[in-house]
Design a binder for this molecule. Sequence first.
Ligand SMILES: [Zn+2]
Length: 361
Amino acid sequence: MVNLATNASGAITSTAKQVVDAVNADPAASALVTANPYRGNAGAGVVAAAADVRLTDFLKAPASVSRDPFQMKVLHIGKSRDRSKTGVFLYCQEHAREWVTPITCLEAAERLLRNYAQDRETRKLLDDLDIFVLPTTNPDGSHYSMHDYNMQRRNMTNHCADDASDPARRNSWRVDLNRNFSVGAFSDGYNGASATCTSDTYAGPAKLSEPEARNEVWLTNEYPNIKFAMNTHSYGGYFMWPPGAYKTAGREVLPRVDFGTENYFWSASDHILSAVQTHRGTAIWVGESIQGLAAQQTTVDTSLWALPWPQLVFLALLVLTFLVVRTLLSRRRKRREQQAAILREASELIAQYGDKPEKSS
Ligand SMILES: [Zn+2]
């Protein structure tokens, strides 16, 4: 509670700015909230006294969703996980609203584990590689996307100034994690991101300013055997690999990879996209990413592992219809059997007693 100042006649004299300063100066209060004058206003106006207001975080997620920093969990799969094998890092959902991507990451992990015993190709992968799967790179944004604002793309950190920091603008701020990396970074002059804190491609105040991006980099530093990485999104329909970023000034490009590596990307994309097309009949754009992401990242359209959802939904409806019809038919059959039994019993009773005159008393 903030006690407002009054003058000799008892009228309130505290200004909004004084209330803001009092809240921020109080250790207990400032541990919970940061007060700002409304959208950059000087706050010179005298405030009106108000009844106690219960503070809220305005988040609609149930209490079971923790408000504390989220611990990101990586699945580590492979027969030898001692850094002796080539590492492959699959990570999904940098963009919160791309909901299908964490499922594709989990689906990939599950297929690797379930098929190991039966499938020779899968066994070879797990015997020869050290695989890391991070189902969601953006847990905070994802919760917000699920419970509050389904178009949420970025994480939940606010780097905006007071004018855009009030709760009514909370869908506008945040950092695009896919623009926060250190290779081909916006702050180094590379094209493809924004310096505006309310832009959906906001790069953040500095390279790797966001814990989510630093977590990815930490993993690749901790396991230097990681030589391949794949960043899965569900928008755009591209299969991309770096480096394709260039500086706006002079169109200076990132150093090119050597011919062998470039060739490897092209043949890998040919192999992968042919398989996608055979399986799904969809065409995907191939090319180098225009925005510098983390080093050695390859971005792939989620359709690589996505399930054929329309067919699955159709199949599920078909099965449901079958079950409903079967239940209805069996109920009807039972009813008919009951009726037949009652009729049988009735006719037996009629045969037994029906034609005998009743005794009169
Ligand atoms: Zn995306």
